[in-house]
Design a protein around this ligand. Structure first.
Ligand code: SAH
Ligand code: SF4
Length: 354
């Protein structure tokens, strides 16, 4: 586990580079009693404090030493867009100027945040807007937690669910992402149940295997998009090196180790991965796996040339999988009018700043 800020993260992000273990090491290094770490976590991650000065139950000498050593930066909202369905998308500027997007999805008394784990993404999936501009940098744990605070404040509501489905590949930034999920889960942090915290991967099996050894019951989603190797390699060049057989075995082992049911994300692209041969391959891949398939009508991204499967085809595919005893649902689209739907997040917004 990381202790002090990872060298990959810019100094400007200050204390947000630390996870709870990092905070505990810092407090020990400063010669302070252990309970100070809990208090610091409560202020920084639980409440999203804006200054050390407001941490009134910490001795002023400690506050001064912290302030002298670590910035307490928070993201600023550069653009805020509201969809007709209530979804809100934020373009956030981080302490070093890097920008990311975050989405808030309200439904009944739930508020789900789709947060980014990296600024950009190096995986280059051909259907995803984030992949287009490449990777700028990894995010620190506190920068992920901050995204939930931005959304909670804007809605004036507690965040009940969070999904690492914004920009970035979470398992390419494993430790900070796990640190963030733990801070979101911790009663000292945001107090969100582990099962309400989902991490979505393009299929990095090392991360899937590692997640299965973690004690928390975080939910796993795996982006499959095709069970035909050549099609998948074309759609998702960043995971070309992971054969489908290896990915499937990682899912078998995950189920055996955890007893939990991951979801398989499958974005339907007309004429590409919705043909009978593709769906047959999907059925063969899923047969016998403890999984839930999420069919996602692909969200259009300019310049990709990909279009949606016809609605009738989507319903037929859903019925076919059900008949094959594969648990399946079609994900409803949210926020597409403001490009906030899956795969539409960019590092620069096309909307004007507020
Ligand atoms: N990098 C991770 C998590 C972020 S992407 C991953 O790939 O899983 C979140 C989800 O949006 C993934 O399932 C991804 O495949 C999907 N997605 C990307 N572009 C999309 C698009 N244009 N339409 C629908 N879903 C898309
Ligand atoms: Fe990265 Fe996920 Fe987009 Fe692929 S789909 S480019 S892994 S964010």
């Amino acid at each position: 586990m990381s202790t002090l800020p990872s060298p990959a993260l810019p100094d400007a992000i200050g204390i947000k580079a630390l996870d709870a273990n990092g905070v505990a090491s810092l407090v020990a290094e400063l010669g302070e009693p252990g309970f100070r770490a809990k208090q610091l976590v409560q202020w920084v991650y639980g409440r999203g404090a804006a200054s050390y000065a407001e941490m009134t139950n910490l001795p002023s000498g400690l506050r001064d030493r912290l302030a002298g050593r670590f910035a307490l930066a928070a993201p600023s909202v550069v653009v805020r867009q509201v969809s007709a369905d209530g979804t809100r998308k934020y373009l956030l500027k981080l302490a070093d100027g890097a920008t990311i997007e975050t989405v808030g999805l309200p439904k009944d008394d739930r508020l789900t945040v789709c947060f980014s784990t990296q600024a950009g993404c190096a995986m280059g999936c051909s259907f995803c807007a984030t992949g287009e501009s490449g990777l700028t940098r990894n995010l620190g744990p506190g920068e992920m937690v901050d995204q939930l605070h931005v959304v909670a404040r804007d809605f004036g509501q507690r965040v009940t669910n969070a999904v690492a489905m914004g920009q970035g590949e979470p398992f390419a930034n494993y430790e900070p992402t796990l640190g963030a999920l733990r801070l979101m889960n911790s009663p000292d942090g945001m107090g969100i149940g582990a099962r309400h915290l989902t991490v979505s991967t393009c299929g990095l099996t090392s991360g899937i295997r590692r997640l299965s050894t973690e004690p928390e019951q975080f939910t796993l989603a795996v982006s499959l998009h095709s069970a035909v190797q050549t099609t998948r390699d074309r759609l998702m060049p960043g995971v070309k090196g992971v054969p489908l057989g290896e990915l499937r075995q990682a899912l078998v082992d995950y189920a055996n180790a955890t007893g939990r049911r991951p979801s398989i994300e499958y974005a339907l692209i007309g004429g590409v991965n919705d043909t009978p041969a593709e769906i047959d391959a999907l059925v063969v891949f899923c047969r016998g796996l403890l999984i839930h398939v999420n069919l996602i009508p692909i969200n259009p991204v300019e310049g990709t040339g990909y279009g949606r499967s016809a609605t009738g085809d989507i319903a037929a595919i859903e019925r076919h999988l059900t008949a094959e005893h594969i648990e399946v649902s079609v994900r409803s689209e949210r926020g597409a009018d403001i490009d906030a739907a899956c795969g539409q997040l960019r590092q620069r917004s096309t909307a004007a700043p507020e």
